[in-house]
Write a protein that binds this ligand. Structure first.
Ligand SMILES: *Cc1c(COP(=O)(O)O)cnc(C)c1O
Length: 397
């Protein structure tokens, strides 16, 4: 018989009761170090007093009023995001997929309203992940996710990542823009070369099309900068964010330049829940923490420590790991054994991670993770690798 909770996930047999900082306690009383952060989402840790306090206080005042009225928390959060990014205007929504839908609509609308109505197609990349709505399944392009869901939504073309010639060859008069993750998260922590991103910007400028960045996973400090495109020094025209923005409160946003955003006139796009007083209280609280002086410096220090430890780990277990890769606190261990085995062995040591494509074990701790906790995680990974090595040796006999 089917479970009451629809079985769309192969869930680990673990249920959590509460958390504090980078730690989670299961209902059966075990403690885990959380290097998954609910898929790079619990950015400021579990039970963060500032975030919890802001949500509780706002919930007691008013949670939701709809976008028929002004929402001062949303005005404030938008102004802060504008002040700290390339963007001139922000649209709030509820998830990464919804943010990418909005981004795609904005790209199409901007072309339509500037005399290029035929330009509706978006160039995307092999290995991308943009979400699970019907259009974003097409943008993602992974046949496994499209299977059985009818004709894919038209308008998305795919080319290999980091191949500028392929991108330029794919640009036609029907092309409206490009959508790229500066680092593919679900696809296996695959980095878009900074040089490649600069080439995309140049191609967009040359052909008069728009550059969209999906920073749903890389945004909000995870890369060591507020947004990862700042690492490469490449500015998009429009950007989607979600995951870390609310520290675990469901929220997304589209950030755009005025040239793009000015075509989204009243009534052209909308959401019932997006940008609610409650969501924006969470967003503002998260931003208070991430923008506090020195916070991102600490993220970079912690990331450097993790990176150095992972290099040692890879060197010590060349039979288990091929390489460590990533940016900031979004890193991947490319495994030579099934990543699911490595993940299970890590859980047995008390460490939570997230699998990613290309047989990668993804590490994405809360940004507030401390150096001592990084050391503990590295030790747990080493123990897990030793455990797997012992299994392999036993199986070989
Ligand atoms: C998670 C993710 C999405 C989808 O976000 P949802 O909130 O699950 O809809 C889109 N793009 C990227 C890069 C992601 O990591």
């Amino acid at each position: 018989m089917i479970t009451a909770l629809m079985p769309t996930y192969a869930r680990a047999d673990l249920a959590f009761d509460h958390g504090e900082g980078a730690w989670l306690w299961s209902e059966d009383g075990r403690r885990f170090l959380d290097f998954g952060a609910g898929i790079a989402t619990s950015s400021v840790g579990h039970g963060n007093p500032h975030l919890v306090g802001a949500i509780a206080a706002q919930a007691a005042k008013v949670m939701h009023v709809s976008n028929l009225y002004r929402v001062s928390g949303a005005e404030k959060l938008a102004a802060r995001l504008v002040a700290n990014s390339f963007a001139d205007s922000v649209f709030f929504c509820n998830s990464g997929a919804e943010a990418n839908e909005g981004l795609t609509k904005m790209i199409r609308r901007a072309m339509n309203r500037t005399g290029r109505p035929e330009a509706t197609r978006i160039i995307c990349f092999e290995g991308a992940f943009h979400g699970r709505t019907l259009a974003m399944l097409s943008a993602t392009g992974n046949p496994k996710y499209l299977d059985g869901f009818g004709p894919p939504v038209e308008g998305f073309d795919h080319v290999p990542l980091n191949n500028l010639n392929a991108v330029r060859d794919a640009i036609t008069p029907q092309t409206a823009g490009i959508l790229v993750e500066p680092l593919q998260g679900e696809g296996g922590i695959r980095l878009a070369d900074p040089e490649f991103l600069r080439g995309l910007r140049a191609a967009c400028d040359e052909y008069g099309i728009l550059l969209g960045m999906d920073e749903v996973q890389t945004g909000f400090g995870r890369s060591g900068k507020l947004f990862m495109h700042q690492v490469a020094g490449v500015t998009p025209d429009v950007m989607s964010v979600a995951k870390g923005i609310g520290g675990g409160f469901p929220m997304g946003a589209v950030l755009a330049t005025e040239a793009v955003a000015r075509h989204l006139t009243a009534g052209s796009h909308g959401t019932t829940f997006g940008g609610s007083p409650l969501a924006c209280a969470a967003g503002n609280a998260v931003l208070d923490i991430i923008l506090a002086p020195g916070f991102l410096d600490e993220v970079n220090d912690t990331a450097a420590r993790l990176w150095a430890g992972l290099q040692e780990l890879v060197a010590f277990y060349p039979d288990i790991f091929a390489e460590a890769r990533g940016q900031g606190l979004l890193v991947g261990l490319k495994c030579l054994v099934p990543n699911a085995d490595m993940q299970a062995a890590s859980v047995a040591e008390g460490l939570l991670t997230v699998a990613a494509g290309d047989n990668v074990l993804r590490l994405a701790p809360p940004l507030i993770v401390r150096a001592a906790e990084v050391d503990v995680a590295l030790e747990m990974l080493a123990h897990a690798a030793t455990r797997i090595r012992a299994h392999l040796a036993a199986a070989a006999q």
